[in-house]
Ligand binder design. Structure first.
Ligand SMILES: NC(=O)c1ccc[n+]([C@@H]2O[C@H](COP(=O)([O-])OP(=O)(O)OC[C@H]3O[C@@H](n4cnc5c(N)ncnc54)[C@H](O)[C@@H]3O)[C@@H](O)[C@H]2O)c1
Length: 297
């Protein structure tokens, strides 16, 4: 039975994943190499719980229980000893993930299932860094994790039926709806979403319309809840670029070539909400966006 969870990486996704498991009564160890990220994550989780409390979605007792279910670590070995399931949500970088999984394989107990929240990197390749390829699986949560219902559950070539059904069932206990998909670059969600975001960036780059114009077309014209440029800021422009690069490498052709404007913005540290600026400027807070200076005519 899965009871003890370790989440690796306390960034945008890691803090949401830790929050979700803790709120559903799992014991959660949250690991990050940066103690600053861990502090920020705990503050963020508390802020999100307060928002739920104000909306009467949870009680004060549930808030306190959730917080007390989370322990933080900067040392991976200490943080994973008791884990039944590890969910890795570290930076989207293949070499880094291969290194983490090889280390996890050596440190974790034999029964521990190793999951990755990667947006695009092959689960089969990540599994090959371990000696337990049948126990490695993708658990692709959506941002913001405590709110979004979907978990894409990705089977690597060697993931066993038992591990897959175990993770599908456990995802339901988190009040999520899991969808099983096979391993391919970008899986389903990002294979469809990222070309749209990239194309939106091309329309801006080619001066077809403004930031607000492009987002308004997709919100009003397609009933999308947020425009693609705003969504890219929300996901993180560095994350979008990494996913497009993985798909470009995996499928070839022109379709997934990242727009030069996206590459430039990432080079200049404009990563979206997490850095304070992307297509929009968030200097007055993430809910108070205005178009970034460089895109004002
Ligand atoms: N941002 C999204 O909307 C989104 C959605 C779904 C999946 N993902 C995936 O989730 C993963 C994390 O993305 P994110 O947006 O949270 O990134 P992020 O940059 O916000 O956070 C990454 C965290 O990983 C930590 N880290 C780096 N190396 C580490 C190591 N060796 N051990 C422990 N921690 C380490 C960093 O310190 C940082 O806190 C990526 O694989 C990404 O593709 C992201």
């Amino acid at each position: 039975m899965i009871k003890n969870i370790t989440v690796i990486g306390a960034g945008t996704m890691g803090n949401g994943i830790a929050h979700t498991f803790a709120q559903n009564n799992f014991n959660v160890n949250l690991v990050d190499i940066s103690s600053e990220s861990l502090d920020k994550a705990l503050k963020n989780i508390e802020k999100n719980l307060d928002r739920m409390l104000a909306k009467e979605k949870i009680t004060e007792e549930e808030k306190q229980n959730t917080l007390s279910n989370i322990t933080t670590y900067t040392d991976l070995n200490d943080g994973v000893k008791e884990a039944d399931l590890v969910v890795e949500a570290a930076t989207e970088n293949k070499e880094l993930k291969l290194k983490i999984f090889s280390e996890l394989d050596k440190t974790c107990q034999k029964h521990t299932i190793l999951a990755s929240n990667t947006s695009s990197i092959s689960i089969t390749e990540i599994a090959s860094a371990t000696n337990r390829e049948n126990q490695v699986i993708g658990m692709h949560f959506m941002n913001p994790v405590p709110i979004m219902k979907l978990v894409e559950v990705i089977r690597g070539k060697l993931t066993s039926d038992e591990v897959t059904s175990n993770i599908m069932e456990m995802s339901k206990t988190l009040n999520k709806i899991p969808v099983e998909v096979n391993d391919a670059p970008g899986f389903v969600a990002n294979r469809i979403l990222m070309p749209m975001i990239n194309e939106a960036i091309y329309t801006l780059h080619e001066n077809i319309s403004s930031v607000e114009g492009i987002d308004t077309v997709m919100i009003l014209g397609m009933s999308h809840p947020m425009g693609p440029l705003h969504l890219a800021d929300f996901i993180g422009l560095d994350v979008c670029l990494s996913i497009l690069e993985v798909m470009h490498e995996g499928f070839g052709g022109k379709k997934y070539t990242p727009c030069p404007l996206l590459i430039d913005m990432v080079k200049n540290g404009k990563l979206g909400i997490k850095s304070g600026e992307g297509f929009y400027d968030y200097s007055e807070g993430p809910r108070n966006k205005k178009v970034a200076k460089q895109f004002l005519n």
